[in-house]
Ligand binder design. Structure first.
Ligand SMILES: [Zn+2]
Length: 453
């Protein structure tokens, strides 16, 4: 991504190869809503799995949770979202186009960029989606779609700590949909009104919060590096005092170099004891933590790494996108980390020759319980390789006429374009090892096995 790829190229690839489609497309689409196609859903799932593995599975100090999108309205009063989760909005008095007031240059006359009309004074606009629960549409039954998953963790703090029998520091993690009625969504799936959150609320003893904050900033930054995003395309930016959210003591953004410039990929905030204090006050429940070691009771501080699945997906796609010349043709290749690639293996018989089909199908059946595998026998082998390159499939397995005689197949590597020949018997094991990034020579291994038998 050192040469920034144009967003149009990404949008076009996403449409062409089944990653992302405009929502309700046959009706002309719905602003800022997108659907994930067969490749997109796999990539998205792999990102969420990678996050869950790093944040929950591999940690003894984090537990998972899955809370409902609709919550008691008191939650949003306590959290400050009803009063503070707003953007200043200005509207054109003649054509009624709307902007966020901070997007309009303050040094120029404030007129509509479309029709030149006069603009209203800024008014505060709440970003929460409102709906009604039950059959009566009245004030008393107003509820909100959650604008973040975090509150689900705060209101379950007591349930989670008592049932898990774990001590602080303890994190609660959740992945789920959030909704924000953004005034100006845009940049493809970067800012949408419906999106998926991956959030951790990490509860710590007051006084240890700054050290844990530093720890999580580094940890999250490294997560993106480990999954392959180039270091020069990531940076950290500390929020100035004037831009800190009403609850935050400190905040860093992990920024990524997107086609439209450096933009926020993930935020890590020190939320202090704001949330639990507020919920204790509004619910009347004592949410202090009893520290058995010191015998103290205190309201924990919270460190929150908060990432968007859709935004991460865009970052991984942009970073993986490469165009290069191979045999005097432009090859588009997604160099996705193998753990993120939608398809791990493609099984490709050299042609549709009926002699090759049974063995190729047999190889497919052998692999598909273990890897996301696709089978493709249409068009020339060259075009099928290109198709797999465009969706980032790390390995293509080719079955040719020689395979019928020696029971060996060819593995073609996406990045190096190297081809190696392996016995079908060793194929699964070889692919497993390659996907884990281990280097071993399958042919040599096979030879040793043969000898020892
Ligand atoms: Zn106007």
């Amino acid at each position: 991504m050192s040469d920034k790829v144009a967003m149009e190229k990404i949008v076009s690839l996403c449409k062409r190869r089944g990653f992302v489609f405009p929502s309700s497309e046959i009706y002309g689409g719905l602003a800022s809503c997108w659907d994930y196609g067969p490749m997109g859903v796999e990539l998205k799932r792999n990102i969420k799995d990678a996050w869950w593995k790093a944040m929950v599975q591999e940690r003894n100090d984090v537990i998972g949770i899955d809370t409902s999108i609709m919550m008691h309205p008191g939650v949003w009063k306590a959290s400050g979202h009803i009063d503070n989760f707003t953007d200043p909005l200005v509207e054109c008095k003649s054509c009624h186009l709307r902007w966020r007031a901070d997007e309009i240059a303050s040094d120029k006359p404030r007129t509509c960029t479309k029709c030149g009309g006069e603009l209203t004074e800024p008014r505060m606009f709440n970003l929460m989606f409102k709906t009604f629960m039950g059959p009566v549409e009245e004030e008393a039954s107003t509820i909100y779609l959650r604008p973040e998953t975090a509150q689900g963790m705060f209101v379950n703090f007591e349930n989670a700590t008592t049932t898990s029998r774990k001590r602080l520091p303890l994190g609660i993690a959740q992945i789920g949909k959030s909704f924000r009625n953004e005034i100006t969504p845009g940049n493809f799936i970067f800012r949408t009104r419906e999106f998926e959150h991956m959030e951790l609320e990490y509860f710590v003893k007051p006084g240890t919060d700054e050290a844990w904050f530093d720890y999580w900033v580094k940890e999250r930054f490294n997560w993106y590096l480990k999954l392959g995003i180039a270091k020069e395309n990531l940076r950290l930016r500390q929020h100035g005092k004037d831009e800190l959210a009403h609850y935050a003591k400190d905040c860093y953004d992990i920024e990524c170099l997107f086609p439209m410039g450096w933009s926020e990929l993930e935020g890590i905030a020190n939320r202090s004891d704001y949330d639990l204090t507020q919920h204790a006050k509004h619910s009347g429940k004592d949410l202090r933590y009893y520290d058995a070691e010191s015998g103290e009771r205190y309201v924990p501080y919270v460190i929150e790494p908060s990432a968007g699945v859709d935004r991460s997906l865009l970052a991984f796609l942009i970073d993986a996108y490469h165009e290069e010349m191979v045999e005097e043709e432009t090859r588009v290749v997604l160099r996705l980390h193998p753990s993120l690639a939608p398809m791990k293996v493609a099984v490709l018989p050299l042609s549709r020759n009926e002699k090759l089909t049974p063995l190729a199908k047999e190889v497919y059946r052998q692999l598909c319980p273990n890897f996301m595998t696709c089978y493709d026998d249409s068009q020339s082998i060259g075009r099928r390789y290109r198709r797999q390159d465009e969706i980032g499939t790390p390995f293509c397995v080719t079955i040719d006429f020689q395979s019928l005689e020696d029971n060996q197949v060819t593995i073609r590597e996406r990045d190096s374009l190297a081809q190696i020949r392996v016995p079908i018997k060793e194929l699964e094991q070889t692919l497993q090892a390659k996907l884990k990034g281990e280097r071993f020579d399958a042919t040599a291994l096979w030879a040793t096995r043969q000898k020892s038998q």
